[in-house]
Design a protein around this ligand. Structure first.
Ligand SMILES: Cc1cc2nc3c(=O)[nH]c(=O)nc-3n(C[C@H](O)[C@H](O)[C@H](O)COP(=O)(O)OP(=O)(O)OC[C@H]3O[C@@H](n4cnc5c(N)ncnc54)[C@H](O)[C@@H]3O)c2cc1C
Length: 407
């Protein structure tokens, strides 16, 4: 009898797993059911949510192999040629250029690509081939939430809020960092609410960014400007919740003024080209990534802080590796295979998660000691965690340039 994989959540991780499994499927492959609480219209044509995702070269290559990158249009992806980290009140800048990053095929290859989250979601969905007229091996149940999960030696049954039940061999929780499925599976999680929110908006600015992403640690705020099209960036402001809510409620015009002010005119006059989106920031790391007949993928396993831009990159990597492991095993619920995948995915994600957590603390602490510490981090570079961390923003290699900016 054919096997059956149940995925809870049709976000980027759930869809990426489905595509990775489907693309490697041969005869006897498992059937997939995806359960999603949003409607199919929303999943098929996701709307902008303010997130601009910095994809590593490795992620772009994976998406290409899955035939997903091909669904993204040329004017929906922007090259990232470098990154710089600025600490307020010091002339020191940590810079990372594309040549310093691992896997550069050519000297002029970008270090990564910027693509909006909703475009990635749409491309992943389109890549699955719903509506092609052929059976794509996937059933999508929308407008449904999971209310219970039961597992035994023979299989797993997922209960839905409309009274339906779906049975299969293995269940994958891909239902966000606040995963209800993870709790139903009895898997604990470390949660770190940061006390801050991120406000995101697309801005058009007078001075060009040259493809460089900037991360700027200022008093009481952290700002990132991520390069999109010419003179267009994603403005990201990290501040306490109340402040983010207040700014998020401003008119577009007032928002543009605030952005120009808060960026000190470094990008010239800024005009908001989208409404603001506000995300409270909580980092999460699950105690286990797998269990009997179950695995956690995407943010349900690792909920990264966006400062190191690795949430989706990790989610994609974990999903692709799990799909491959299932194909190699032939048994999608093989306990040793699930355990082995979980251990490897922890080893791949934990160092950057831990480093991100300490850097988030260092760079959001306004005490004098923390300010001095991060100044020293920028000045000394070399062995400092910030340098290693920021160099991994989009790569696995240390940055090449670390110098003093002329004032
Ligand atoms: C501001 C911001 C910037 C970011 N920038 C980057 C970046 O530059 N690079 C990067 O790699 N990552 C980045 N990320 C992280 C990235 O967006 C996430 O890692 C990614 O979206 C996680 O995908 P997911 O599928 O695991 O979860 P989600 O996107 O949260 O999707 C979960 C899905 O599950 C569904 N669901 C939830 N509960 C249930 C339920 N009970 N039953 C059924 N369905 C359910 C939801 O409706 C949703 O469709 C950023 C995140 C933020 C907030």
């Amino acid at each position: 009898m054919s096997q059956h994989i149940i995925i809870i959540g049709a976000g980027p991780a759930g869809l990426a797993f489905a595509r990775a499994y489907q693309s490697g499927a041969g005869r006897g492959a498992a059937r997939i059911t995806i359960i999603e609480r949003q409607s199919q219209t929303v999943i098929a044509a996701p709307q902008p949510d303010g997130r601009e995702i910095a994809l590593t070269r490795q992620s772009v290559a994976m998406l290409e192999r899955l035939g997903v990158w091909q669904q993204i249009l040329a004017d929906e992806a922007w090259p990232l040629t470098g990154a710089r980290v600025i600490d307020s009140g010091t002339p020191f800048v940590m810079a990372i250029d594309a040549h310093a990053t691992r896997g550069a095929a050519r000297a002029d290859a970008p270090m990564g690509m910027m693509v909006s989250n909703h475009i990635i979601r749409r491309a992943l969905y389109d890549g699955l081939g719903f509506g092609s007229g052929h059976d794509n091996g996937i059933d999508l149940i929308c407008d449904a939430s999971v209310t219970g999960i039961e597992r035994n030696a023979h299989g797993v049954t997922v209960q839905l809020d409309d009274g339906q039940a779906v049975s299969g061999d293995v269940v994958l929780a891909a239902d966000s960092r606040f995963s209800a499925a993870r709790a139903m599976l009895g898997i604990g999680v470390d949660m770190l609410p940061t006390g801050k929110s991120m406000l995101l908006a697309r801005v058009e600015h007078a001075l060009d960014h040259g493809g460089i992403a900037s991360e700027w640690f200022d008093y009481g705020q952290t700002i990132a400007m991520l390069p999109l099209g010419p003179h267009m960036s994603s403005f990201i402001l990290t501040v306490p919740h109340a402040s983010a809510q207040h700014i998020g409620a401003l008119t577009r015009e007032a928002l543009g003024d605030i952005i120009t002010q808060r960026t000190d005119g470094r990008w010239g006059r800024c005009e908001a080209r989208s409404p603001a989106h506000v995300y409270p920031l909580t980092m999460t790391y699950s105690h286990h990534f797998s269990g009997p007949r179950a695995a956690l993928i995407g943010d349900a396993a690792v909920g990264m802080h966006p400062v190191t831009a690795h949430g989706f990159n990790f989610g994609l990597m974990g999903s692709v590796r799990l799909a491959r492991a299932m194909h190699r095993s032939g048994d999608v619920a093989n306990p040793a295979m699930l355990r082995g995948w979980g251990v490897r995915h922890r080893a791949a994600t934990l160092p950057l998660y831990v480093a991100t957590r300490s850097i988030v603390g260092l760079y959001t602490d306004e005490h004098v000691a923390a300010k001095l510490a991060r100044r020293a981090v920028l000045r000394l570079g070399g062995t400092a965690p910030a340098r290693a961390l920021m160099s991994r923003l989009l790569s696995d290699k240390k940055p090449r340039v670390f110098g003093r900016l002329s004032a």
